[in-house]
Ligand binder design. Structure first.
Ligand SMILES: [Fe+2]
Ligand SMILES: [Fe+2]
Length: 365
């Protein structure tokens, strides 16, 4: 709550400054109601059959002690860094508790972004079956916002959205192209989310967090599959200039995200992130010590090693998804090479995730 009751709440939309707030969007009616893409019809059916309700399917009576870690320490790559190991157990636990809360806050804000992008695709996609499917995704995302808001509220702290994540969602939402919106959301952000949710579910020690993340993960696998099915078809029909424009959008999104989060190998200083600075402050760690510790870990190659069983978003999901859908062209391949961004093409993990092999009730559970 704001200290001054008359001051505007920075978390709320500033209506008072935007009396003429407008949302210009092109209108994409489709009166044929024909379904040309049977796989999309099937995906829509699956989406309807797999709806779940947070009220009925999750046990919200589970108590959480916000002062205690709700995920295993090894969820974080910092875990193997010498500076982390040099901390006291109490300080490590405080750091893990706040870092987890910060991450869950990003899940919450990211889900709000996904809610808006899915609604935008419902509006703007020209095909009837894509509108139907996106509508189902919109409702999925509403449930995701609901469950993460409820869970983060139990923890008692909501961290602000990371600037790079907000920038990425803003660019995606203001692209005025449903294909770019889908590149930004269904490929890049959901690739990131799918890996983060998968890893979170493996490491969560809180049964409620494990369970709700499992439900969200099931939906996200379908969303990434939608990106593949619909964008493949859309990109294949594009004029080469339009395809290049889309490929450039994908490159800019990936590069912007990498630059903001510490470079390809994590060796660059990340852009300032007020939420993470708060995590450090609340854990009694100075930024200078943290950066020094990260540099030391970088020198040992620790940041590039994921804990066993974890999925790497860029390597396993995002880049293979962009390649498979045709969003990386020979021209942009050169841009990735010049920027030192490897193009991973192995789609095995991506396909497993889409088939739900790694979702609850299967080998990953
Ligand atoms: Fe979601
Ligand atoms: Fe999603």
């Amino acid at each position: 709550m704001s200290a001054n009751p008359t001051a505007p709440d920075p978390n709320r939309f500033p209506w008072q400054e935007l009396a003429n707030y407008a949302t210009p969007m092109d209108i994409a009616w489709n009166f044929s109601y024909d379904i040309d893409n049977e796989k999309l019809r099937t995906l829509y059916s699956k989406a309807k059959q797999n709806q779940w309700d947070a009220e009925q399917h999750l046990d919200w009576s589970i108590e959480i002690d916000p002062s205690q870690p709700i995920v295993g320490e090894d969820r974080f790559m910092f875990h193997r860094a010498p500076f982390f190991q040099r901390m006291s157990k109490t300080q490590r636990e405080t750091f893990v508790a706040h870092a987890t809360c910060q991450m869950l806050s990003q899940f919450l804000h990211g889900e709000q972004g996904a809610l808006m992008t899915a609604a935008a695709v419902t509006h703007a996609a020209p095909d009837y079956e894509a509108k139907l499917y996106s509508a189902s995704q919109t409702f999925d995302e509403a449930r995701h916002v609901e469950v993460y808001e409820r869970y983060v509220r139990k923890l008692g702290v909501v961290y602000p959205i990371s600037p790079w994540l907000k920038d990425l969602i803003d660019v995606t939402l203001s692209s005025r192209s449903f294909a770019k919106t889908m590149i930004g959301m269904n490929m890049v952000i959901e690739g990131l989310a799918l890996a983060a949710f998968h890893n979170m579910r493996r490491q969560a020690t809180c049964p409620l967090l494990r369970s709700l993340t499992g439900y969200v993960l099931q939906d996200e696998s379908r969303h990434v599959a939608f990106g593949h099915l619909y964008l493949s078809q859309t990109i294949a029909q594009m004029h080469p200039d339009e395809r290049e424009d889309l490929a450039q959008f994908a490159f800019d999104a990936i590069k912007g995200m990498i630059d903001a989060t510490g470079g390809v190998d994590g060796s660059q200083p990340p852009k300032p992130n007020p939420g993470f600075l708060l995590v450090l402050e609340r854990s009694g760690i100075t930024l200078a010590d943290f950066l020094k510790g990260m540099q030391e870990a970088g020198g040992l190659g620790i940041q590039q090693q994921l804990p066993p069983g974890q999925i790497h978003s860029m390597r396993d999901l995002m880049m293979p998804a962009l390649v498979r859908v045709g969003a990386i062209t020979p021209r942009t391949r050169e841009l990735y090479a010049a920027a030192g961004i490897p193009i991973f093409e192995d789609i095995r993990v991506l396909e497993q995730m889409e088939r739900g092999i790694l979702t609850p009730g299967s080998q990953g559970a």
